[in-house]
Design a binder for this molecule. Structure first.
Ligand SMILES: Cc1ncc(C[n+]2csc(CCOP(=O)(O)OP(=O)(O)O)c2C)c(N)n1
Length: 588
């Protein structure tokens, strides 16, 4: 590391960037602005820093979030002062609620310009409130403050962002003029004398050792007893963090051989290989008769709250004797207030210890078979109604993606109907691709940007399934597709408004429904593709859909595939499908 800089601003920001990089936090998402120039230029100068630049801070932040989701490592987002920083808020909230690590660096004016009417100056202190794991109001670079302070601040920030519950941290960086690193360089060797070793080294200044909490033997033994003696047990799996957790939960699920209800983001729902994975659990629960006959008494739950409303209702309705929830953080995750035993432990470690202790419980074959038989019946109805039908319905799109997505790719599903359709109808025997979604706060904002970040983090092609309103909400982020090394295929279901609302009781308020909820816009997206230089397809049959999807995935170019749908017709299709499923399940 050099000792000559044009200003203390340039010196401090190069310490910040270098320390982040040494912590393996080397992915920087920036938006342009002048107040953040010292940070921006230091990022540009650091050869180990990877950067993405996007003009819209909201998209920049969601891109960082998508990257963090894919890598489980923090991404850094950088912006100027004022409303630029406020535009980071939606992604900060999503990251906070779904435990994705982020380092937020906002530039700010010096203290003497706060509350003075100075241009582009807002109150940025604790701007993100309780949604960050840690806030630091970093003073203006100052020769009287030792450089060690800068390094330990970054080390603390990375630690707070990554230890469970992971999440965003915010460092508000005040800078006084001059901001541009121009003019003659000065030697800061004396100022840097306290960190000589760090200057020669490649290691971070402070190593934080995080030892994940292993469950104590007593807890594992107690759980083992409950599980061994349990009757009518099910395993619920919500979103898990990373493939290690997924593998560990899979092993426990296989060993217990209880029916497993895997959420679409659990990592267990696609590419199913075990007989006890109940792929269509959500659809089974449509039948009151089936629900009556299959009420669980014991639940073991890993990961977050699943998307399925049916499952939530089942858990509320059942007379559970034990509801064990295992997660590596202290949060409640219990909206129906049914959890009786909450184990805060590293999920992998807990699963390992449980497996070492627990014998395979005596098989309750009829209990498991009830679910596997019913799930097969749902599968047959779906095949008949969706796969054997020429129409390109919205459920058909979800199914076709699950069956035809490339093995070596990722899948991002938007909120509203895309995630529900995928959860309910995805074929379980397609490729086991990595799935991500923004389910922390379930916004329809920032989805395109999140998918681009996810693609960069995975370093693989990604398919995004998204509705038209979510697409329009984030159309700016199509500019981010330029940053991708692999193509993103955006499947946009254009049902001319919010399809989800047709399924809600508000749909009965006829006079207000269309203008205030359905919100038709009459737009199509060919021109958006044109504007951002993307390939564009608009298939109107299963056959042309498949041809478009194959071509888009084979091409080395991002594409929009627009599927036009009719909201009212989609609602009727779902209703008819569900009626068939219920009648096939009744009388089982
Ligand atoms: C940022 C944000 N604003 C509003 C909502 C409320 N909302 C939930 S679903 C939905 C409609 C989404 O429409 P679209 O993306 O076209 O998907 P579809 O419902 O047609 O599947 C809206 C507005 C939200 N979840 N997030």
């Amino acid at each position: 590391m050099l000792t000559e800089f044009s200003s203390l601003n340039a010196l401090w920001t190069s310490l910040i960037v270098e320390e982040l990089v040494r912590k393996r936090v080397d992915y920087f998402c920036l938006s342009p602005g002048f107040r953040n120039s010292p940070l921006t230029v230091s990022i540009a100068h650091n050869k180990k820093a990877h950067s993405v630049v996007h003009y819209d801070e909201r998209g920049t932040a969601f891109h960082a979030l998508g990257y963090a989701r894919a890598t489980r490592r923090p991404a850094v987002m950088v912006c100027t002062s004022g409303t630029a920083a406020a535009n980071f808020m939606p992604a900060v909230i999503e990251a906070s609620m779904d435990m994705a690590p982020l380092i937020v660096l906002t530039a700010d004016r010096p203290p003497e310009l706060r509350h003075t009417g100075a241009n582009q100056t807002i109150d940025q202190v604790k701007l993100f409130g309780g949604y960050v794991r840690w806030f630091c109001d970093l003073p203006c670079p100052d020769a009287d403050i030792e450089p060690q302070f800068v390094l330990t601040t970054i080390d603390q920030a990375v630690h707070r962002a990554t230890r469970p519950p992971a999440g965003p941290v915010h460092i508000n960086c005040m800078f006084r003029e001059p901001l541009a690193p121009v003019g003659p360089k000065k030697d800061f060797a004396r100022h840097l004398s306290g960190i000589k070793r760090w200057m020669k080294d490649q290691s971070p200044y402070t190593e934080y050792m995080y030892v994940p909490s292993a469950p104590d033997a007593e807890t594992v033994a107690k759980t083992t007893t409950i599980i061994s003696e349990a009757d009518k047990g099910i395993i619920v799996v919500g979103r898990l963090h990373g493939s290690e957790e997924q593998e560990a939960v899979k092993r426990v699920a296989r060993h217990l051989n209880w029916p497993v209800f895997p959420d679409i983001a659990s990592g267990l729902r696609l590419g199913v290989t075990s007989d006890n994975l109940i792929a269509y659990y959500d659809q089974l629960l449509l039948s009151d008769e089936f629900v009556e006959s299959c009420q669980p008494l014991t639940v073991v739950h890993f990961g977050s709250i699943p998307t399925s409303k049916q499952l939530q209702q089942l858990l509320e309705k059942s007379r559970l004797s034990e509801y064990i929830m295992v997660a590596g953080h202290p949060w409640r995750y219990d909206p129906s207030h049914r959890v009786t035993m909450r184990i805060e432990a590293d999920v992998e470690e807990f699963c390992k210890q449980l497996l070492a202790l627990i014998e395979q419980p005596s098989a309750n074959r009829p209990w498991l078979e009830q679910f596997t038989v019913a799930s097969d019946i749902v599968g047959r109805v779906l095949h008949e109604v969706i796969d054997d039908d020429d129409r390109l319905s919205e459920p058909a799109v979800a199914r076709l993606i699950s069956q035809n997505i490339r093995q070596d790719s990722g899948l991002f599903v938007a909120n509203s109907m895309p995630i529900r359709d995928m959860d309910m109808y995805a074929g379980p025997h397609g490729p086991a691709v990595t799935v991500a979604c923004n389910r922390g706060a379930s916004g329809i904002d920032g989805i395109i940007a999140s998918a681009t970040g996810f693609a960069c983090g995975l370093n693989k092609p990604v398919t995004l399934l998204i509705g038209d309103l979510a697409f329009l909400h984030d159309v700016n982020s199509l500019a981010l597709l330029r940053a991708l090394a692999h193509p993103l295929v955006i499947m946009v279901i254009n049902n001319d408004g919010g399809g989800l609302f047709s399924f809600l009781p508000i749909a009965k308020v006829k006079e207000a429904f269309e203008p205030f909820f359905g919100t038709p816009h009459g737009l199509s997206f060919d021109k958006a593709a044109d504007m951002f230089g993307l390939d564009y397809y608009c298939p109107d049959s299963r056959e042309s859909f498949l041809a478009s999807y194959v071509s888009a995935q084979e091409g080395n170019h991002s594409a929009i595939i627009e599927i036009k749908s009719d909201r009212a017709e989609n609602y009727r299709f779902h209703q008819a499908l569900q009626k068939k499923i219920i009648s096939a399940l009744n009388g089982l």
